[in-house]
Structures are given as C-alpha cells and as structure tokens.
Design a protein around this ligand. Sequence first.
Ligand code: GTQ
Ligand code: FE2
Length: 358
Amino acid sequence: MAVELELTEELRKLYADVDAKHMAPLWNVTAQLLPREPASKAIPWLWRRDDYWPLCQRAGELVPIERGGERRVLAFINPGLEGKYATTHTIWAAVQYLQPGEIAPAHRHTPNAIRFIIEGSRAFTTVNGDKCFMERGDLVLTPAWTWHDHGHEGSEPMIWMDGLDLPLVGDLEGVFFEPFKGDRQPPLGINASERRHGLGQLRPAISAAPEAYPGLLNYKWSQTATRLQTLGDEDATPYDDIALEYVNPHTGGPVLPTLACWIQRIRPGIHTRARRQVASKVYHVFEGEGWSVINGRRFNWKQGDFFCVPTWSWHEHANTSSHDAVLFSVQDTPVFQAFGLYREEALQSGDGRQITAR
Ligand code: GTQ
Ligand code: FE2
C-alpha cells in the first residue's frame, strides 16, 4: 500500500478484532500476495551421484522392502522448501534402488509418476498388467491411478529416477492411495505397450478406445538415442541445444497431464543462452560432464548427478568436455500451459548469458 498508515490505537484495535474473527486486511499483504513476478522458495541445488549412490547401497543392506517398507526410495529434498518433501514446489524427484529378486508391492495413487532408468538391467514395472522391462535410458510412465509394482529378474542392483507430481497433487489435496490385493499383479502382457505404440507414427486402429487400450508406457532408450543422433547442428536451439520432448503418440502432447519429459544433447564446447520459464524442472545427467548456471550460481555436473531449476530461474548449460553431454529432465510445464499461465523470457543483457558469481 502506497500510503503509510499511522498505527493509531483505534487502527491497532481494528487489526486485532479483524484477526480475532479470522480475517485479514489485504492492504497489509498485497506485496506478499501479488509480487511483480514469481520468487520460488525452492533454490537451485545439485545432488551428486557420489553422495546418493553409497546411501542407496546402505539402504539396500538395512531396509528390506515388503508390505510396510514398500519402496526403497531416497528423495531429493530442496533446502529452500522447509518441511516440504519436494525437489521443486511441484515435483518429487528421487532415486529408487531395487535388488535382484525384490518386489516393491503393487499399488496405485492419484499422483502421476515417471521413471528414468539410470543403471542395471531386467528390472520391470508392471503397469495395469503390462510388464514393462526397464533398461538404462528407458522412460517408463505410471499415469495417475494405474496399478504398478516393481520387480527385478536381473543379477545386479538396479537404480532409477522417480519423478512425481506428488507435491502438486498434495497441495491440491487430491491424493488418493490404494494397495493392491497381493504383492504383484498377474501380468497380462509383456512389453505390450511398446510393441503396439513404440514407433509413434503408426497407430493401431483399435486404440481409438483408449480406456480399453492404454497408450505408450515405455519409451525405449534405443529409439530415443537414435533420434538424438539423427538430429544435427541445424536442429539446435540457442537455449537447449539439441532437445527433444517425449510425447504421447496419440496426442502429440506431454507424456502426462502434469509432467513433461525432455532429453537433450549438448554438443562439445556448446554454451547455451540463458532463459527463464514459468515452470520448474529437475535434471538428471545421463552422460557427459559440464555445468549449468542457475540464477547466477554455477553448478558443475557429471554423469549420474541431479539438479533442479526452480520456477522463473535463469538457467544456461555448458558442455566442457570433448564428447556429448545428455540431460534428461522432468518439468511441470503442462500445468502452467493448461491454465494459460505459461511464460518464458530470454536474457537480453550482454551476450545472453548470466554473469556468474564465481
Ligand atoms: O515407485 O511407486 O518415489 O509410489 C514415490 C512414490 C516412487 C513408486 C516414489 C511411489 C513410488
Ligand atoms: Fe507408486
């Protein structure tokens, strides 16, 4: 409020009486409620593979998974979001560690989930009866309210990234959860969704009834890698270099209503321009090494690391090595787009890159 009110005895009394009736005067909180632009409480942060990997192994020794323990998941918690189990204000990102023979029991919930496979072979997630085997680089979806359980038929521990809209659905007070009767679903098919929908450009006619015929659940790395490599210099963008969005092949839209997933290849020596978006993201470094500058702070990363970009934060990426860097990311962009709230802005000053604090 532009005019400074003199806090008279009567005004003080008014505020006390308003407060006692569980009301609030807007004029005292306008700036807080309507800031000129978003200022996320989440802060840019990086989690290193060298830190989380031994913690996962120790959890593997100490924490059995079965009913009660359920899933061996270590989440990345944003230090700016006190008391909130979240990586950004909307996204839960985590690593899940599963050893050969273990079963993470079947259940379903309203939050949407993605998994991106980091290491290991022959673990699977059964999604509504479709047993999807997961290999390094695969993206597997468990859309809202789909039954899912994880198992492992390989010989080495398996680790993958989980990405959920859990903090968002939690804030919306829309979380429902239901355990399955029995630890695992009887499989109705094996890798059925990728066999039916995996090429994207050819749609089975029967899929016109999507309720009876679920869409693509496993985006296999072999196909992602092929497309990443068949795009060349002329397909690069200034902000993300060579970037691809995973899409729902039926709609061309994001993989889930609330979450979009991207994969991008940053060529050796490339340093992108800075941009900010009304959207938050969590990145996983799939291959290579380099750094990102996020709101003026530089974060050096290498294979296996995770980092987050809070809403409306400037970010740019650089590949400092002599081979490609590949970044996977999960983003809440679709939420903002759905409600007409999406914005983005390129940095105009200087050479379009941030001045780094160090
Ligand atoms: O694997 O089903 O990271 O239900 C959080 C909640 C993973 C899962 C998470 C979950 C799961
Ligand atoms: Fe789950």
